[in-house]
Write a protein that binds this ligand. Structure first.
Ligand code: NAD
Length: 326
């Protein structure tokens, strides 16, 4: 991955909560390659040691097994942290529906503890929020000015509301303490190191296509998502880290695709003979999702550059090389 080193070259010690997860592990790699020391904090509720196995033992990399719902500290000897990326949270619906209370606790107490760490050391803090903050949106595409349409008591609320609360905490931290904090609203991101059974559309379709199984498309398959390749999302997050912006700032790929089109594209790119099977759509599943990235383009000079076909080919290549049992 080409790391946008200019944006982040000033950081000497970066802390990534959720660093052993899908996105966190790519962020740890990029930061280490930029010359920063990296402390990866993870409780492994959905993350995997193998995601950071390539970093373990490298100078400057520390793995701290901890649940951020409890106050935590990192090694501050040399040097103290100057960047905290708060990425800890179950993120796939299958995971957060299995761990509803842990998800709420991580977004609330966990975010507060990560903010406290950043404040103690005067570090820049970036909170990973989500397009789920828009719920089942009534505006399309979604700009940061839209406040969202979230069912506060539905099953998905454990994730959506935890993330919205994390945003509120982060904004209040800036108002109360004048801390250097930022919020990114990430839209669906895919790529290597996703778990084949995490329930999200891309790893599910790729796993099924490679196994010659039917691809399970929910509903009538006409609901849309905007899919960003992981390198693009990482670049956007690091651009936000290197800025002084509070945000929230949307980071996502505005190329919209229906779930049926995505399934058919995966079948084509894998050369699979699998067919499609339509299954029941989960409750509160958003009908459409597409970011307005005007703000990121203007303020961060960032925009995604990996097209769906290319990103999916890279992802399929990774899935072919790695057995994905989890
Ligand atoms: P992931 O499940 O692969 O990674 C989450 C990581 O957080 C895991 O390693 C998990 O073990 C860790 N974690 C969870 N709770 C923790 C706790 N209390 N203490 C310490 N570690 C904890 O998910 P991901 O897709 O990499 O998502 C990472 C972050 O980005 C999440 O905050 C998610 O909400 C956000 N996000 C991701 C996407 C996406 O498409 N991948 C989209 C929007 C937002």
């Amino acid at each position: 991955m080409d790391v946008p080193t200019a944006a982040i070259s000033r950081f000497r010690h970066s802390v990534v909560t959720g660093g052993a997860g899908f996105l966190g592990s790519h962020l740890c790699t990029a930061l280490l390659e930029s010359g920063s020391q990296v402390t990866c904090v993870d409780d492994f509720c959905t993350g995997r040691r193998e995601n950071v196995a390539h970093l373990t033992g490298r100078p400057g990399f520390t793995l701290l097994e901890a649940d951020i719902c409890h106050p935590f500290e990192v090694d501050t000897a040399s040097p103290p942290p100057d960047l905290v990326l708060n990425f800890a949270s179950p993120a796939s619906p299958a995971d957060y529906l299995r761990m509803p209370l842990h998800t709420l606790e991580t977004g609330s107490s966990g975010t507060r503890n990560a903010l406290a760490l950043a404040r103690r050391h005067g570090a820049r803090f970036v909170h990973a929020s989500t397009s789920e903050a828009y719920g089942d949106p009534q505006e399309h595409p979604q700009s940061e000015r839209y406040w969202g349409h979230v069912n506060p008591v539905g099953p998905r609320s454990v994730y959506d509301e935890a993330k919205r609360f994390g945003e509120a905490l982060t904004a209040a931290e800036a108002r109360t303490h004048g801390s250097n904090v930022g919020i990114v609203r990430l839209f669906n991101t895919y790529g290597p190191r996703m778990r084949g059974y995490d329930g999200r559309a891309v790893p599910t379709f790729v796993r099924q296509a490679l196994a010659g199984e039917e691809l399970t498309v929910t509903g009538d398959g006409r609901q849309t998502r905007s899919l960003a390749y992981v390198d693009d999302t990482v670049h956007g997050v690091l651009a936000m880290a290197g800025s002084e912006l509070l945000g929230p700032v949307n980071i996502g790929n505005p190329d919209e695709i229906t779930m049926q089109e995505l399934a058919e594209l995966v079948i084509e790119l894998t050369g699979s003979s699998s067919g499609l099977r339509f299954v029941e759509r989960p409750s509160d599943d958003p009908a459409v999702r597409c970011p307005d990235i005007t703000l990121a383009r203007g303020k961060l000079q960032w925009e995604p550059c990996v097209a769906a076909r290319e990103g999916l080919e890279r992802t399929i290549g990774w899935f072919r090389r790695h057995h994905t049992s989890g």
